[in-house]
Write a protein that binds this ligand. Structure first.
Ligand code: THU
Length: 146
C-alpha cells in the first residue's frame, strides 16, 4: 500500500534470518487438522516483524494461508509498507506462496522479497515480480485513497 514507485528497501541477511526464525516459530501454531500441512509466515513491515500461520476450517474454502494471516496482522497493527516475507514448511524443498497470496503481497510492491524456507534451513529467494509477472496492482487504480 505504499504509493506506486516508492522504493522498496532490500532486506539484509540479518532481516532474512530473523524473518525465517519468526516464520518457523509461527508454523508451530498452525491450525491444520485437515491437511496436516503446517505453514508459518512472517513479514517485515516498517522494521517490525509480524507472523501468521495457516488456519483451516471445517468449511474447507474458508481456510486462510499463513502468508495472508501475516500480512493482515501487520496491516491491523498499523503497518502500510511491507518489504519482505518468509514462509516456512516442513518439506524437502521450500514452498512458494499460492496464487492468492501472491496477489495479496503484490499490493505492497513488485520488489517485495520472498524467502521460502524449509524447517531444515534451505532457503530460496524470489522477488514478487518473478512470482507474479505482469500483475494487476494498485497502479491500475489511480483514484485510490492511501
Ligand atoms: N497454505 C498456506 O498456508 N500457504 C500457501 O502458500 C499454500 C497453502 C496452507 C493452506 C492449507 O491450510 C494448507 O496449506 C494446504 O493447502
Amino acid at each position: 500500500m505504499s504509493p506506486p514507485g516508492t522504493p522498496q528497501p532490500a532486506p539484509s541477511r540479518q532481516d532474512e534470518t530473523r524473518l525465517v526464525a519468526a516464520a518457523r516459530e509461527a508454523r508451530a501454531r498452525a491450525y491444520a487438522p485437515y491437511s496436516r500441512f503446517a505453514v508459518g509466515a512472517a513479514v517485515l513491515a516498517e522494521g517490525r516483524i509480524y507472523a501468521g500461520c495457516n488456519v483451516e476450517n471445517a468449511s474447507y474454502g474458508l481456510t486462510i494461508c499463513a502468508e495472508r494471516a501475516a500480512v493482515f496482522a501487520a496491516v491491523a497493527a498499523g503497518a502500510r509498507r511491507i518489504d519482505a516475507i518468509a514462509i516456512v514448511t516442513d518439506t524437502p524443498e521450500p514452498t512458494p506462496p499460492c496464487g492468492a497470496c501472491r496477489q495479496v503481497l503484490r499490493e505492497f510492491g513488485p520488489q517485495l522479497s520472498v524467502f521460502s524456507a524449509t524447517v531444515e534451513g534451505v532457503v530460496v529467494t524470489h522477488t514478487l515480480s518473478t512470482l507474479l509477472p505482469d500483475a494487476f496492482g494498485p497502479e491500475q487504480l489511480p483514484g485510490r485513497i492511501e
